[in-house]
Design a protein around this ligand. Sequence first.
Ligand code: TMP
Length: 233
Amino acid sequence: MPRGYFITFEGLDGSGKTTQIRRLAATLEAEGHKVVTMRNPGGTALGDRIRSVLLDSKSEDTVGQIAPAAEMALMFADRAQSIAEIILPALAAGNIILCDRYTDSSEAYQGGGRQLGSQRVLAMHAAACDNLQPDLTILLLPSLESSLKRARRRNQRQVAQQGTDENRFERESDDFYRRIYEKYKEIASREPHRVVTIDRNGGIEEIEKDIHDIVAKRISAAKPTLKASIVEA
Ligand code: TMP
C-alpha cells in the first residue's frame, strides 16, 4: 500500500505555524507532491463543533467551566475523528500531510499547561489514536515573550475585525504558557529524531527555508513509496 508522509507543526499560539504551513504546502505542491493540510482541533464536521466548544471563550456561558480531563478527552475525540476521516485515507493515498498541531499539543497544553502530566496524555494517545505518530514534527519555538506578544495581538485583531473569539486559551496566565514551553522542550529532547526544533527569532522567509530544507531531506530519505506516488500523480 503506498504510504504518504505525516508532518505535524507545533508551537505556542503565535509561533507562526499557520503561515509556515501555507507556504510549505505551496512549495511542495509546486514540486509535484500531493499535499493535504489540516489542523487539530477541527477539519471534520465533528472536529469543528469540538473546536468551537473548546476555543470560544463564551462557550463556558453554556457548558460551564471545562474540566482539564474533559478538555483533554475532547481534544482526543477530535483527533481520533481526524485520523479516521482524513489522516489514514490521505496517507494510504500517498499524500504528504501537514497538520497544524497534534498530540504534542495535548501533552504540552493539557499535560504541561493544565498539569495533567505526560503519562495521562500519552495513555490517551495510545487508546484514542492507536499511537499513530507523525514521521516528522516541526516545533517552532521562538522566545516565549515574542510568541505571547504575537498571540495576544492576533486575538485582539480577530475580535475587532470579525467579532469572533477563539481565545479561551489566550486568557491564561504567563505561567501556564511557561509550562507549555518547557513541556515542548522536554518532548523535543525525548524524541530528537522525530521533533526538529526551530528556535531562532528569524524572519518568515528564513524560517520557511529552514523548514523546507528539513522536509525535503526527510522526504527523500522516506522513499521509495512517496516517489512512486508522485510519479503516478
Ligand atoms: P490554533 O488552532 O489557533 O493553534 O488553536 C488551538 C488552541 O487549542 C491552542 O491554544 C492550543 C490548544 N490545543 C490544546 O490545548 N490541546 C490540543 O491537543 C490541541 C490540538 C490544541
